[in-house]
Write a protein that binds this ligand. Structure first.
Ligand code: FAD
Length: 552
């Protein structure tokens, strides 16, 4: 492979971990190339429970360090991305005869509060049976002893957390980010540096690049990537894989009879597994998740009828008024947790801690694979990964000076720069009435873009027609599509609908807005009518093919 000027890091995979690594390194001044075969955040990161949490249940596995780290990172995200991460009230009903007895939950919650010292959210509190049923009258009362109320946090759109990390990296001027670009081969070049071959899946253009260090941040595809290395590498297809993925599925439903006002964290009646019923945005509830060993292709993963039936039955058991049926399911989605390979362990017991594997011992120096991790802890994993690359391979600046430390700990994501507290910001901005848009439209934009909503408004001023909603009654504006293309690297209709505006996650899976989005993109990108129609058809096909199309 030809040798260009080597990057300091090449990151493969643009999920939360890959974009986090790219951001961390670029902010230190390192030259970074990030290659993502689909779109930023399109993999596992878009298919989680969307919680930014300490992981109360990991206390039962004595993973105190993981919980401590997660709680610290939860606080950082609340501070550094208040438009994307908000506090979420959670409630745990406590039952006689539960797998996790109430006293254990109470000890766990005390530790949870203690580990999160300095947090801005209130401590947990316990409610007796009567008080609990007054507040949560729809919860199954049989054998109920009471309940516990505590706080965690929620990211409505982790997709946008990925996009903002990518943007932050890009804006340093040190990073080059390519979505829809697949790494097809990895080799060690003659000069001992790792080298990747890649192909743009939309244009077919191919390229190669070398780096001082290669970061394999491909989530559940980590082993697939390793199989693309040349033969000098000991990690061969028939070796033990690094990832032992477990599949988790969610169902999305509209508000239903007996739906709780806060998130419910309960023990499944059938098998004692923990599951969540989570209010999501204004209209929806997210119910999940399952946890099943998975060794198939992570490109093709969807919820089975058994998983859907399990989640419906457990919801109906704890909230008897719900009476949910498969007809109530708007759509399902599934993801593969990129956990360490542990075939003999029960899926729910496999550690959620992350680790950075250096492949020098496999005969492939300068290649690091990221294993495991959570949405919540991505920033810390990114910091540790960049530190490991610098330290193990003695990376320095071109003039020999050492690279600085990570600066992400206290640095707001782009949409949060100068914002402060979200609700106060929303109130201030909507009260100004400086734009000819209803206050709720402005508030909607702020909750998506933070302070950068102004850039979307600037586009509306540029061209008045962009102020129109995508479709009647839709909260999203045409200007947002132009913004997604011009500023946020969106290249396909799916990028825009599912991971920039996120209205593809509405009950109609964005099908109502697909034509309008494709039209604005066509105007912006000079697409022919044929290309526009192809894009619309591709989106419809995607929705039909993926679990988003569960509803008949
Ligand atoms: P991904 O997001 O999968 O990113 C990897 C990327 O690599 C993909 O975008 C893929 O397209 C790309 N890629 C693969 N091969 C190539 C190639 N050859 N070339 C270029 N690119 C390539 N965590 C929490 O903190 N809170 C939760 O509530 C939570 N709930 C979860 C629920 C479920 C059901 C699941 C599955 C996970 C959950 N997690 C949660 C965990 C969290 O979502 C994941 O750990 C995290 O998103 C993994 O991010 P990642 O960047 O490592 O992987």
């Amino acid at each position: 492979m030809p040798q260009g000027d080597p990057y300091d890091l090449i990151v493969i995979g643009g999920g939360i971990n890959g974009t986090g690594v790219a951001r961390d390194a670029a902010l230190r001044g390192m030259r970074v190339l990030l290659l993502e075969k689909n779109d930023f955040g399109a993999g596992t990161s878009a298919h989680s429970s969307r919680l930014i949490h300490g992981g109360l249940r990991y206390l039962a596995h004595l993973e105190f360090d993981l919980v401590y780290e997660s709680l610290r990172e939860r606080e950082r995200l609340l501070r550094n991305a208040p438009h994307l991460v908000q506090p979420l009230e959670m409630v745990i009903p406590l039952y006689q005869g539960a797998k996790n007895p109430p006293f254990l939950v109470m000890i766990g919650l005390r530790l949870y509060d203690a580990f999160a010292w300095g947090k801005r959210m209130p401590d947990h509190r316990l409610l007796g049976r009567k008080a609990f049923l007054e507040r949560y009258p729809s919860v199954n009362a049989a054998r109920l002893l009471g309940g516990a109320v505590y706080f965690d946090a929620q990211a409505n759109f982790p997709e946008r957390l990925c996009v903002e990390n990518a943007l932050s990296a890009l804006e340093t001027g040190h990073a080059e980010l390519r979505n829809h670009t697949e790494v097809t081969a990895i080799r060690l070049a003659e000069n001992g540096l790792p080298c990747v071959a890649f192909r743009d899946r939309l244009t077919g253009r191919e390229g190669v690049a070398t780096a001082q260090v290669l970061i394999n941040a491909a989530g559940p595809w980590v082993d697939d990537l390793l199989r693309r290395t040349d033969r000098r590498m000991a990690v061969a297809p028939n070796e033990q894989p690094l990832i032992g993925g477990t599949k988790g599925s969610h169902i999305v439903v509209r508000r239903f009879p007996g739906a709780p006002a806060t998130a419910l964290y309960a023990e499944a009646q059938s098998d004692g597994r923990p599951f969540f019923i989570i209010p999501w945005r204004q209209d929806y509830y997210l119910i999940g998740t399952t946890d099943l060993h998975f060794d198939g292709n992570p490109d093709h993963v969807s919820a089975t009828m058994d998983e859907v039936a399990y989640l419906l039955a457990e919801t109906n058991a704890i909230l008897p008024d719900a009476r949910l049926t498969p007809d109530d399911v708007l759509y399902t989605y599934s993801g593969i947790r990129p956990l360490p390979h542990a075939p003999r362990q029960k899926a729910g017991k496999i550690t959620r801690k992350h680790l950075v594997r250096d492949h020098a011992s496999d005969g492939f120096p300068r290649l690091l694979s990221l294993i495991g991790g959570k949405l919540t802890t991505y920033r810390r994993l990114a910091e540790q990964t960049v530190d490991a690359a610098i330290c193990r391979y003695r990376l320095t600046r071109p003039d020999g000076r050492p690279w600085g430390r990570s600066v992400t700990g206290n640095l707001p994501l782009p949409g949060a720069a100068g914002m402060g507290e979200l609700e106060r910001y929303v109130n201030e901005q909507t009260a100004m009435q400086a734009v000819d848009l209803p206050a709720e439209a402005v508030a909607h934009l702020i909750r998506l873009y933070g302070v950068r909503y102004r850039a979307v408004l600037a586009l509306c001023k540029e061209e008045a027609s962009l102020k129109a909603p995508l479709t009647e009654g839709c909260a999203d504006l045409r200007a947002q599509v132009r913004y997604a293309v011009r500023t946020e690297m969106a290249r396909t209709v799916a990028d825009v609908l599912l991971r920039r505006l996120c209205c593809g996650l509405n009950g109609d899976a964005g099908l109502g807005a697909v034509e309008a989005v494709a039209q604005v993109m066509a105007d912006e990108l000079g697409w022919s009518e044929e290309k526009r129609q192809e894009e619309v058809a591709a989106y419809r096909q995607l929705i039909g093919r993926t679990a988003l199309a569960f509803k008949k």
